[in-house]
Design a protein around this ligand. Structure first.
Ligand code: SF4
Length: 367
């Protein structure tokens, strides 16, 4: 894996900066302000995306703020420039989902991923701007999805991995009815400056327990566990070099105003005296393919590429991880050319160790 791919596998779009919640671990700087993406920005992005979607599967991920806070009318206008072959995904806190939103998702064939952290007492960080727990509203939104037969994924943030939690979460998500589950160990990034350092055995134990829970009832696609098992199988087959893509996926995030931040949506809206505002240009001035072709001219991107090379040279987990995320390096180290972060320890190194620990003690996983 070397250099930056000229065509990303998906783009992230920010229809509004606003979020109706105010979660304790949120990284977004402008979530109290409703800055909406003009339709002209969507048109500028759709031009290359429609071409990419004609060559193969291509996705647009609508991410906020809370994307549903943009309203159905405006989100519909932003979707309109995209060809029907483009796949749309929305990452939502679910609190605004009702029957009308479900009809909208069905009409536009939007795949839904909801953010929920487990049972009620695990969602205490997810609160309204007035500090009221959001759990009941989240569950009402998910109930609407189920009523309408809309399949959904779930994204769960874990702040403190502790014994018993992984099994509890897995049982909750089985009951919830999601078909895919992603687990994020809380990250120190953006305006969230809380430490995410944990004892190694605590985190690898969490992942091992999650695999054990999944093996008892493997009815959910468990994102992190499937990544790990795919890598472990490739190592056993001697093809681990084929696991990572040939080039880094630039994953452009298009902020509400058309500015483009590469690799890490979490950097959008931030600036630094040395790195500036982290953008690589604006789709209202330069076509997205041209911005991608010149990506390594952005100073921090060049530094990040150097950091990825350091990871390749130093880290035994590189073949699994591919060099981690730019935002974690910046928010933990203040620069982009370091290597290990607490994030990669929690979510790559301990993940793989936990899955392998489980395999060592419990034998082969089900096919
Ligand atoms: S696990 Fe960390 S140090 Fe290793 S390649 Fe990934 S980001 Fe780099």
């Amino acid at each position: 894996m070397r250099g930056i791919a000229p065509v990303p596998s998906y783009v992230v779009m920010q229809p509004t900066t606003l979020c109706n919640l105010d979660c304790g671990y949120c990284y977004l700087p402008a979530r109290a302000v409703d800055r909406r993406m003009p339709v002209a920005v969507a048109e500028a992005v759709a031009a290359p995306v429609n071409g990419w979607a004609r060559q193969g599967r291509f996705s647009v991920v609508w991410h906020g703020g809370e994307p549903l806070a943009a309203g159905r009318g405006h989100l519909g206008a932003l979707l309109a420039p995209f060809d029907p072959t483009v796949e749309h995904h929305v990452q939502t806190n679910a609190t605004l989902i009702d029957d009308a939103w479900c009809e909208f998702f069905t009409e536009h064939r939007i795949r839904v991923s909801v953010s929920v952290d487990g049972p009620r007492e695990r969602n205490l960080e997810r609160v309204s701007r007035g500090g009221r727990p959001a759990y009941d509203r989240i569950m009402a939104g998910i109930a609407a999805l189920r009523r309408h037969g809309i399949p959904f994924s779930a994204l769960c943030v874990v702040s403190r991995p502790e014994p018993g939690l992984a099994a509890e979460l897995y049982d909750f998500f089985l009951e919830l009815g999601c078909d895919v589950l992603g687990i994020n160990i809380e990250e120190t990034e953006g305006v969230n400056t809380r430490s995410n350092a944990h004892r190694p055995e605590q985190v690898s134990g969490f992942w091992a327990e999650l695999v054990a829970a999944w093996r008892r009832a493997p009815r959910i696609h468990l994102r992190e566990v499937e990544w790990s098992l795919r890598y472990a199988a490739a190592v056993l087959d001697g093809v681990e070099d084929d696991v990572l893509p040939r080039q880094l996926d630039p994953i452009p995030t298009i902020a509400y105003d058309g500015s483009v931040v590469l690799f890490s949506p979490e950097l959008a809206g931030f600036s630094d005296p040395d790195y500036g505002d982290f953008t690589s240009g604006n789709v209202m001035e330069t076509p997205l393919p041209d911005l991608l072709a010149a990506a390594d001219r952005t100073r921090w991107v060049a530094e990040f590429l150097a950091g990825v090379e350091s990871c390749r040279a130093q880290c035994p987990y590189f073949g699994f991880c591919g060099g981690g995320h730019a935002a974690n390096r910046y928010f933990e180290h203040g620069r982009f050319d370091g290597t290990e972060t607490d994030h990669c320890r929690n979510s790559k190194i301990r993940l793989l160790e936990g899955v392998l620990d489980h395999a060592r003690h419990h034998g082969p996983t089900p096919a």
